[in-house]
Design a protein around this ligand. Sequence first.
Ligand code: AMP
Ligand code: TRP
Length: 347
Amino acid sequence: MTALIPFLAILMGKQRVLSGVQPTGNLHLGNYLGAIRNWVEIQDQYDNFFCVVDLHAITVPHDPTVLAGNSYAIAALYLACGIDLAHSNIFIQSHVSAHAELTWLLNCITPINWLQGMIQFKEKAVKQGENVGTGLLDYPVLMAADILLYDADKVPVGEDQKQHIELTRDLVIRMNDKFGTKKAPVLKMPEPMIRKDGARVMSLTDGTSKMSKSDPSELSRIELLDPPEAIAKKIKKCKTDPARGLEFDNPDRPECNNLLTLYTLLSGQTKETVAAECADMGWGQFKPLLTETVVEALRPIQEKYAAVMDDRAYLDSVLRQGREQAEVIATVTLDRVKTAMGFSTPV
Ligand code: AMP
Ligand code: TRP
């Protein structure tokens, strides 16, 4: 039945969604609230492809002994967070070779200065020092290939990925101008889908920088698989301020805004309710409340994750089916691009 999903979705006129997360380290609340939670919420309205972008994970030095395991773990977390195979396909990027191939074709029409100007490249290049690989510069083109192979209409991501999607859109214009016609564009124009709430979850140790897998301090992020004791410890130690009462949107209190936002999103309440509930609270009262909310929100995810990881045959079958579905669509797009660019077809 699931093999028929993309075809049924087309018949029902559903738009397509594509997104992905890198298998580098454990997912944290930023990944969940900025990306995966949104995938889950919208999935029944779209035809969805969610990939584990392992080719992106090697754009910074990586450990080959953990790469495959990390990819499986992220796929299991997608399922644990509620990705439903009745609406969505889950696959691993490197299992579909069209991603690397379309990247090459796009590379050849991508001005190098577009890539040199990307914020994430500049930030990551500084961290790598002498050791900046070509793949790090090319990262956004690989991401564009991920999106464009599936003719995706919408790309749900956190705020930090907006610039990469703008580059993807510029590449669509360039490809269609050079090799397409108005009636027969080569590539489909995608749109970012960035929810305001949770689009930028901040670090627990600094409310002005985003929560990130690469922050050297583990205290800066809550990971989806953190046990309750770790969550309690991180919240206990997180940065706060001396002001009395808690409030949203005060630019002088970024930590306060971030922690209230986490509480709002994970408790499922409205901002207004939380603003009223917490207006007169001190940190001593709020922190245990936040801890309990985070622990309870993550508990079902952790239980499901353990069950999926326990059944490797099931996970393998999910990924096999995901790859098969992905390959069907990716191959059609790749052929379309190659034909438009004038390549010969093998006989
Ligand atoms: P990455 O961990 O870089 O593979 O990011 C995977 C997804 O999580 C992307 O859609 C990011 O935009 C999103 N994301 C990462 N960090 C954050 C954050 N601190 N706040 C909101 N979204 C985030
Ligand atoms: N670059 C994204 C990130 O780090 C991950 C990613 C790779 C992605 N390919 C994608 C996200 C395609 C959306 C669509 O967050």
